[in-house]
Design a protein around this ligand. Structure first.
Ligand SMILES: NC(=O)c1ccc[n+]([C@@H]2O[C@H](COP(=O)([O-])OP(=O)(O)OC[C@H]3O[C@@H](n4cnc5c(N)ncnc54)[C@H](OP(=O)(O)O)[C@@H]3O)[C@@H](O)[C@H]2O)c1
Length: 324
């Protein structure tokens, strides 16, 4: 089969097409003929960072190639002997084996049956593949960890991006008042997702405009942690800061906790015990159209490097998809 292998850590051009064997499935896995692959910032990070790549491949067995990727939609062609849920012909999607070795940049992939769900019939493979890691990160942040409630005032940083555009829609689904933060050029996009207010981070200081948020969903990395510190200022006493990018162990966090009694949580998307149930809920929202994936670019498999070049800008609108 065709796959994209990483020749060595480095530039997007190190991702090259190769011919590799179709994977064998374990008894609890399904073999998926991949129809669409979603690309995330972490893919680009692992591609260019040796320590991260070593971590992903720490349990490497006999796999001779480095194949990145975790998010796919496709068609089941074979089900393992211990798989009751799926059969050949089922259309599925999911994010799996994160943050281990999933080998998703390929025409076929072996996925644990507990980490994929049925794709709604009228949702395209591209739109389903998009709603995997990014959508589940938004879900786990706002729902599992943040315990979002109807009427909560919620700030979504990076509201135009992969995670953020799902976070806005999920927060609205759960009845929150949503303030989306992104670049002015993406104002209409974010408001179109259902946001109640928009803040342009390039010209406005969000913490000067909002100081009573129940939840701040912070997906913005800054070298000096200043962004996290600013997000704390936007919280009301007793509010919750959900950080996707920085571990909350800095002194200013202890200070904010003591002063404002806020909860500060680091969120790492993970296949937890409710993962499949939650992804099925996401599938339901996609099926009814209450939540939509925005796909800004679609590339053929051999142009994976172009997808990485866009995603690593950290200014992606919605999601970037690759089709084998
Ligand atoms: N912890 C986890 O489990 C987990 C999971 C997934 C992602 N992440 C991390 O979360 C971050 C977002 O992921 P993503 O997939 O959504 O990335 P993305 O698709 O690249 O989107 C990033 C968004 O951030 C916005 N942005 C950039 N600087 C900003 C700022 N100063 N203030 C507010 N918004 C800003 C951009 O908006 P404009 O383009 O409009 O400027 C862009 O839409 C990444 O760092 C990613 O690695 C963590």
């Amino acid at each position: 089969m065709r796959a994209i292998i990483l020749k060595e850590v480095g530039a997007p051009e190190n991702l090259v097409l190769a011919d590799v064997p179709v994977p064998e499935i374990a008894p609890n896995e399904v073999l998926i003929k991949v129809k669409a692959i979603s690309i995330n910032p972490v893919d680009a990070y692992v591609r260019r960072t040796q320590a991260a790549l070593d971590y992903v491949y720490r349990y490497q067995g006999t796999e001779p190639h480095i194949i990145l990727g975790w998010d796919v939609a496709g068609i089941v062609t074979e089900a393992g002997s211990e798989v009751p849920r799926f059969k050949a012909g089922d259309e599925v999607f999911g994010n799996f084996k994160f943050v281990g070795q999933a080998n998703a940049y390929a025409e076929y992939v072996a996925a644990p049956e507990t980490e994929v769900v049925l794709k709604p019939a009228h949702v395209s493979f591209e739109h389903a593949a998009a709603a995997t890691m990014a959508a589940m990160t938004a879900w786990q942040s706002l729902v599992n960890v943040g315990k979002i409630q109807k009427g909560d005032k919620v700030i979504i940083h990076g509201a135009s991006g992969g995670v953020g555009h799902y976070a806005v829609q999920l927060a609205k689904h759960f009845g929150a008042y949503v303030i989306g933060v992104a670049s002015e050029a993406n104002r209409d996009f974010v408001m179109g997702l259902g946001a109640d207010e928009f803040i342009d981070y390039r010209s406005q200081q969000f913490e000067a405009l909002v100081t009573d948020a129940d939840i701040v969903h912070d997906a913005v990395w800054s070298e000096d942690d200043k962004h996290l510190e600013r997000s704390l200022k936007a919280l009301k006493p007793g509010g919750t800061l959900l950080s996707l990018v920085i571990y909350p162990d800095q002194p200013f966090i202890d200070h904010a906790k003591a002063e404002k009694n806020v909860d500060v949580r680091r969120v790492n998307v993970t296949p937890n015990e409710t993962y499949q149930h939650d992804l099925a809920y996401v599938a339901g929202l996609l099926a009814t159209g209450e939540m939509k994936s925005h796909v800004s670019h679609v590339f053929p498999l051999e142009e994976m490097h172009k997808a990485h070049t866009i995603v690593q800008t950290k200014n992606t609108v919605g999601k970037v998809i690759v089709v084998p």
